[in-house]
Design a protein around this ligand. Structure first.
Ligand code: NCD
Length: 348
């Protein structure tokens, strides 16, 4: 694994090694306090973030590495119109790894084409968020003792929630998992995630209410309706506030239910439900720092490499949210009509 664009870049033995390193770091963080001394990490956050940004920064500092970066593009040359390629080529000169969050789908893959140092996708638009998935898998393993044979309910904005897409793509790789996908008809999973479920023969069903799903779940993964991805305020308001986890719904669930949420939450979990010991999302957020320590520790050992010239595909992606729409110099990367940046079937 050179870059982390999504979890599927990682083999399962690589995941296992990362998990074990994460466990050691969680148990004895002091043992690693200087393990990345002399290294420098850039956190380039073109979009808002609390947990991902601060946990990566905390992870780097706890390994003895140092951090530079920006949080919002206002103070950077992006505000002067600099393109992604030039920003990445510049920053890669200064640091040993780049952690990047960007509003366009496929931006992390695009950045990796021009970077001499490892690029970590910390969220690319409504597409993918693999380090949240590392956090989720780490937490599920710790809490449930396994990543297989689980019935996983995922509720909320399954269309725009990048954490949902990466999590489903990861959990289908472990045997015996099944999904209950709880959303309104307008916010069902996108086609490329549905294709992964179908191609892997993973059992899943779609539900309209939390009540009908609660009783059978091992895990309930709640998500926020992604207001910033809607075309208009009215379109968001039609979908907001539909799913609220409260004490009455938790009473329908098993005693060993594990409730996760990538956070931030808005109104989808009541304060009363928050106090239920089955809700483990703040522990999940803490675990995220340790597994990101393990990831940085692994990637910072790689050194610099000139990126290989990308193989040009044919055609152009027509998805306006794809990074290729805003960064037109990017090489076309496609497989038939499938765009390798954004995963949509939109290449003409
Ligand atoms: C998520 C994200 O940014 O996609 N947050 C996170 O990284 N923990 C979820 C969200 O914003 O709803």
């Amino acid at each position: 694994m050179r870059h982390l664009i999504d979890f599927d870049q990682m083999t399962l033995p690589e995941w296992q090694a990362l998990y074990e390193l994460g466990l050691r770091m969680r148990e004895r963080p002091g043992d690693f306090a200087q393990s990345c001394a002399g290294k420098l990490v850039a956190t380039l956050f073109y979009e808002p973030s609390t947990r991902t940004q601060l946990s990566f920064q905390a992870a780097a500092l706890r390994l003895g590495a140092q951090v530079i970066g920006f949080s919002g593009t206002g103070g950077s040359s992006v505000a002067k119109g600099e393109n992604l390629k030039d920003t990445v080529r510049t920053v890669a000169n200064y640091v040993d790894a780049i952690v990047m969050r960007h509003p366009q789908e496929g931006a992390a893959l695009a950045a990796s084409l021009f970077s001499e140092v490892p690029v970590v996708n910390a969220g690319d638009g409504g597409h993918l968020h693999p380090t949240q998935t590392l956090t989720d898998l780490f937490t599920i393993s710790l809490e449930k003792g396994r990543l297989s044979g689980l019935t996983v309910g995922i509720c909320g904005d399954l269309l725009n929630g990048r954490t949902v897409h990466s999590l489903i793509k990861a959990l289908v790789r472990f045997p015996g998992n099944r999904f209950v996908l709880i959303s309104t008809p307008a916010l069902r999973i996108p086609g490329y995630v549905r294709a992964v479920l179908q191609q892997t023969g993973t059992p899943f069903c779609e539900a309209d209410t939390l009540e009908e799903a609660m009783g059978g779940l091992d895990i309930l993964y709640m998500t926020r309706i992604q207001r910033e991805r809607f075309e208009s305020r009215q379109a968001y308001e039609r979908e907001a506030g539909v799913y609220v986890l409260d004490a009455a719904k938790l009473a329908l669930a098993r005693q060993d239910l594990l409730v996760l949420h990538p956070l931030p939450k808005v109104d989808e979990i009541t304060h009363e439900a928050d106090a239920d010991p089955r809700c483990r999302y703040f522990e999940q957020a803490r675990n995220g720092m340790f597994i990101r320590m393990a990831l940085l520790h692994t990637l910072l050992r790689q050194g610099r490499q000139t990126p290989p010239p990308p193989a040009h595909g044919a055609g152009r992606c027509t998805n306006p949210r794809c990074v290729t729409a805003a960064e037109p110099y990017l090489p076309a990367l496609s497989h038939g009509t499938h765009c390798l940046y954004c995963d949509k079937e939109t290449v003409l």
